[in-house]
Ligand binder design. Sequence first.
Ligand SMILES: NC(=O)c1ccc[n+]([C@@H]2O[C@H](COP(=O)([O-])OP(=O)(O)OC[C@H]3O[C@@H](n4cnc5c(N)ncnc54)[C@H](OP(=O)(O)O)[C@@H]3O)[C@@H](O)[C@H]2O)c1
Length: 213
Amino acid sequence: MSVSVTLKLATSMDGRIALADGTSQWITGPESRAKAHEMRAAHDAVLVGIGTALADDPLLTARTVPPPARQPVRIVADSKGRLSPNSRLAKSTGLGRVVVATAGGQHDALTAIGVETWACGTGQVDPESFLRRAEAEGVSSLFLEGGGGLAASFVSAGLVDTLHWFRAPILIGGDGLPALGNLGLTKMENAARWRISATARIGDDVLDTYVRA
Ligand SMILES: NC(=O)c1ccc[n+]([C@@H]2O[C@H](COP(=O)([O-])OP(=O)(O)OC[C@H]3O[C@@H](n4cnc5c(N)ncnc54)[C@H](OP(=O)(O)O)[C@@H]3O)[C@@H](O)[C@H]2O)c1
């Protein structure tokens, strides 16, 4: 697969991405969030799962100063096409391409307002067929921003090349949402190994960058 995939996590020190009720704004500080916008701008496309789109109603634009010459393609993995035509994302096609990656079906209300639909599998969006479609659509770098369910699918399929992990100096506890959904590992030797390639202080946070070993 020639699409490079970078996963971004923004967690507490104990690896949680949200409170139990799904609140995730804001775990990290303003400097980290500005850095994450630069990261978005540096990729051809940004991807989140429909859980995140429903919880946070994100725009997914790269809000850098100055703004990027072109916004990344903004994509939601949404097998059943649950993204509301009234969401900020669906209503923002004037800012650049918005895509719903589905597992088939007709999504006329979204296509009527300019949202593209890519059929990528049956039942649930298949990460490999998604990446094949993304590549065919001109995407060579993908910035995956979670949530935990979608990130786990890409990690367990071995499709994540780089990991940017922002860690804020807070503790959320075991009732918070974990950064990654289940990976189904039964043997430690089957856990993918990562090599740390950079560490930086970003405001009060730490940014660790890992590449797959
Ligand atoms: N702090 C952070 O960095 C951060 C980042 C993002 C999100 N969050 C938080 O995380 C929470 C949402 O996480 P989440 O895990 O519930 O949702 P998610 O990962 O954003 O979305 C999960 C949904 O994506 C769809 N999906 C499509 N293809 C999939 C695939 N191959 N594998 C897995 N899922 C696939 C599934 O629904 P369908 O089958 O219906 O398509 C699934 O229910 C929110 O509270 C959000 O605020 C935090």
